[in-house]
Write a protein that binds this ligand. Sequence first.
Ligand SMILES: Nc1ncnc2c1ncn2[C@@H]1O[C@H](COP(=O)(O)OP(=O)(O)OP(=O)(O)O)[C@@H](O)[C@H]1O
Ligand SMILES: [Mg+2]
Length: 245
Amino acid sequence: MSGAEGPPLLAIDAVTKRFGGVVALNGVSFQLEANKVVGLIGPNGSGKTTLLNVINGVVSSDEGDVRLGERSIVGRRPSDLAANGLSRTFQTARVFNTLTVVQNLFVPLLHQQTLERSKATARANELLTFVGLERHAGHTASELSGGQQRLLEFARALVTHPKLILMDEPFAGVHPEIKKVLIRCIRETVQKEGASFLIVSHEVPDLVNMSDFMVCLVEGRVAASGLPSAVVHDEKVIEGYLGRG
Ligand SMILES: Nc1ncnc2c1ncn2[C@@H]1O[C@H](COP(=O)(O)OP(=O)(O)OP(=O)(O)O)[C@@H](O)[C@H]1O
Ligand SMILES: [Mg+2]
């Protein structure tokens, strides 16, 4: 996936991360282009969340480089990266429980230097309608179901018009109806806003359907990468992940 017109949106280059004796990531490299969905799969403990943490600056890598466009983003803080178009959702949805649903959407905008209230309100309302939470705008976030909190977290990740959204297991424990909404919203965000997604999920058939490119980590290494249909039939992926009982 190397773009002839310029650098890829995100380049992960020989990233290694150790936690004591555990090598969570071992020379991981791949690239992600603009306007694409990339699926990241692999068994429990294979390094998927660690990789997202390295990309958005929550965890620092021991070796290797991560570039957003032309610039290395190693050592940059998550808030700084958010201002540069990188956004994130978590393995367990994180919302501000005591704030209202609409107030949750204002939080990422508080870091912006020029905040126009009318524009912020319009964007928040647009996104609440987009994910189907408009009726809940004035409710406190703690009143939402777990699935609705995932939708809220997703909407909040989009407020700043990010170029790349990292999502860690967005479908885990989510009602099938909410999963459908999330998948539709991810697709439409790619089409309408030109954003890209890097999505970690154990729900492999869904991820195969929605991804343009897939990467499988096994024990911190890239076991296979390429077209999703090829990756799920790769011997190393079957042996290291899909074929495990
Ligand atoms: N903060 C940490 N301190 C120590 N070890 C860690 C830390 N974070 C992750 N690890 C270890 O790094 C390895 C990779 O963990 P990671 O959470 O990235 O896996 P994962 O692929 O996201 O797994 P899962 O599918 O279960 O979410 C595991 O062995 C884990 O125990
Ligand atoms: Mg994880």
